[in-house]
Design a protein around this ligand. Sequence first.
Ligand code: ADP
Length: 183
Amino acid sequence: MKQFGAILWLTGLSGAGKTTIAQGIAQELQKRNCLVEVLDGDIIRTHLCAGLGFSKQDRDTNVRRIDFVAELLSRNGVIAIVAAISPYREVREQLKKTSTNFVEVYVDAPLSVCEFRDVKGLYAKAKAGEIKHFTGISDPYEEPLNPEIICQTDKFTVEQCVKQVLDYLERQNLICALELVTK
Ligand code: ADP
């Protein structure tokens, strides 16, 4: 039985819940013996994409590099879970067309909720003008028009959002490949 992977691409505002949901999905998939890797935008920017800034061009380059790695993982049977703001629709649409098993997950929370959470204190800094090009404040976010999944993190719990994604993967037969392999 051939293993197969997928790219779960979580896009949304800072503080919307991408990292939290990505970790939750990874934990659940690991329990099911799936190969999983989380590619978190914040971490990727400290090495693979170190030196890239926040212009549209750099943001799109960031996204393409992450997708390149996700593809390598996915083609080797890994479910690659990407948590990255990835604010521009066009590049996300391109990736969706060119990647195999690309699942776009819109991690959706109103800007006001993200600002209120201000997990990393970045919204306060952006509003004070200390951070330029901050998505939602001084830089655009183009929400997906046809995402495979929308997780509304202001209405549902982390567990509910994680389950929503797992249910989708199950319906699409994108998990349990390894369980079949190892039995
Ligand atoms: P992002 O990665 O999108 O910047 P984080 O995952 O770092 O966002 O932070 C999201 C915050 O929102 C966390 O403090 C998390 O506990 C909280 N939160 C509340 N409800 C949810 C939910 N349903 N899904 C994800 N995060 C949630």
